[in-house]
Design a protein around this ligand. Sequence first.
Ligand SMILES: [Zn+2]
Length: 309
Amino acid sequence: MKIPFMSDMTSPEPKKKQENGAASLRSRLQANAPRFGVESCPHCQGLGLLFDPQAGKTGAYELCHCNRDRCRCGGEPPYMYFEESQNAMVPCPAREAYIALERIVRLNRKSGVPARFQNRFLDTLDTKDPGISLLIAMDHAVEIIYQYGKRKDPDAPDIQGLYLYGSTGTGKTHIACTIVNELIRLYQVEAHYAKISRDILNKIRESFNTSSDSYGMGGRIEKELASYEALVIDDFGVHRESPWVNSTLYDLIDSRYEKNLLTILTSNEPMDSWKELFGGRVYSRLKQVCIEIHLDGEDYRLRESRSIS
Ligand SMILES: [Zn+2]
């Protein structure tokens, strides 16, 4: 599904139009997210939480004004207060928001997203003249976030992941990380980023080493990767020489497919590169799980002036 406001963002029109574009993008993104605030609130549109990019060094999540105004517990866990009319301790009206906030902070800390891509979101993706391929990838990313909120509807279609490929510096890791960040911010789910060599293959290999702390933990590592609600696998390279790698990756993709879990892959090579490997099994699973998008990178320039790391 194409989202018209994306083209607004590339137009040379003044700031006003861009702001409208960002606002409608934000409302599309959070359309199906759980609400912890006051529905009519102009600041959060009912979400109850905000991300303040100015807070601290890297920005921070906080309760929206609508919740701060109605808070009765002073922000102290377990977020209860004494209600005189009932002569009892009752939940603070902002309790759900406080709990969601704690969960977001915890999930972000464990997400594995590299520092430079933390706290980056789809509506603030700051690129200079994004090219067509980047806009297409962003449209798909927005659609994934939107559909994710409907995943428990019995009639909801399966959510397809993405296979983003292109050379270094085309924005594929950036887009993939914003998907992790948005899923945590809006749905508070366990979304995770892993770099294939460092976080997956080396860790599993290490588990075969009898002198390693992680000896014998390979099964646990694989199980964890197979059960994150959303997983980004960065640098999904083709290993022509290693049947072990191909079979490990096949098992991972396959078990995530069986559980209907969202998987986003980035690669320097097109999906076709997998065709001849491992009897074409990895390839056929990838086809079922992901939509392939080629990022040509011509117009992608991440504005480092806003870089956090
Ligand atoms: Zn609010």
